[in-house]
Design a protein around this ligand. Structure first.
Ligand code: PBG
Length: 304
């Protein structure tokens, strides 16, 4: 039996599930047997450090640095990522070559029916600056406490009473077989993180063969939307630790983008929307529009 393709992945249950989805899609597209694609598990800084807010660890690329190295050292042919966790600016030697069809983009609330229904003065556990800012914007009376770890760890913390409620991406819960958990929050109440719900595959920029292999499983609409959301982050000089929400949609040729910037304490925010046929132009224009209208406490978070 020959190995045709080596896929690098993190070792969390969600990462392994997503890498398995990519393997299945590759096998279906190319008529390969399952054992012809091998999953290579790579431990990242983000997996090792569980006790601090990720923003505090310092340095970037918490989820990608070790996978990038394995890719550049030719230990793997492609790396599978939750696009939400991939740095805004990628090294020139690596490129995003495909994305699977996007899953449910929404966040789910666990522990209460709605954000409005969380007990007065209650506690919400999250490690996401965006979720923290959005929750405090809607409910300044709530306390937000740090919740880290994988999906199961966070659900265990909630069950242990460390918070009244928590927020998790529907995509992750669904992929882990937890479809029944929590209530989806409509995107007009809480806009998701840029790239939420999308699984991406990266290859070395000089590896045309690998790029062609994975291009066969690309969902062009997902790629167009997620690349526009990432262009919006780039135009702000922002990353996955920034209190930024953005969601693109595609209708024929027309790409629409909605976005929100929020002060980290939820005391202020600015939102807006734009549309056009070139996602990177839509993203740059919306970023400029929001920065121009943002209150000072919000604008100073960004250095475009
Ligand atoms: N930052 C962690 C992370 N990265 C991707 C997902 C879920 C899957 C996805 O959004 O594609 C999660 C967990 C969560 O936010 O609940």
């Amino acid at each position: 039996m020959a190995i045709r393709f080596r896929l690098g992945t993190r070792g969390s249950p969600l990462a392994l599930t997503q890498a398995g989805m990519v393997r299945d899609a590759l096998c279906a597209a190319h008529g390969w047997r399952e054992d012809e694609v091998t999953l290579v598990v790579i431990r990242t800084t983000g997996d090792r450090v569980q006790d601090r807010a990720l923003a505090e660890i310092g340095g970037k690329a918490l989820w990608t640095k070790e996978l990038d190295r394995a890719l550049l050292d030719r230990e793997i042919d492609a790396a599978v990522h939750s696009m939400k966790d991939v740095e805004t600016i990628r090294p020139p030697a690596i490129r995003i070559a495909a994305m699977l069809p996007r899953a449910d983009v929404r966040d789910r609330l666990i522990g209460a029916e709605t954000i409005a229904a969380i007990v007065a003065g209650g506690t919400v556990g999250t490690s996401s600056p965006r979720r923290r800012a959005q929750v405090l914007r809607l409910r300044p009376d709530l306390n937000v406490v740090l919740f880290r770890g994988n999906v199961d760890t966070r659900l265990a913390k909630l069950a242990a009473g460390e918070a009244d409620a928590t927020l998790l991406a529907a995509a992750g819960l669904d992929r882990l077989g937890r479809e029944g958990i929590g209530r989806a929050i409509p995107t007009d109440v809480m806009l998701p993180a840029p790239a939420q719900g999308a699984v991406g595959i990266e290859v070395r920029s000089d590896d045309e063969g690998a790029a062609m292999v994975v291009a066969a499983i690309d969902d062009p609409a997902t790629s167009a939307c997620v690349l526009a959301e990432r262009a919006f982050l780039a135009a702000l000089g922002a990353d996955c630790h920034s209190p930024v929400a953005a969601l693109a949609g595609l209708s024929g040729e027309m790409l629409s983008l909605r976005a929100e910037l929020i002060a980290e304490d939820g005391s202020a925010g600015v939102e807006g929307a734009g549309e056009g046929t070139d996602g990177s132009v839509v993203a740059a224009e919306l970023a400029a529009d929001l920065l121009a209208r943002a209150p000072d406490v919000v604008r100073r978070l960004f250095q475009p």
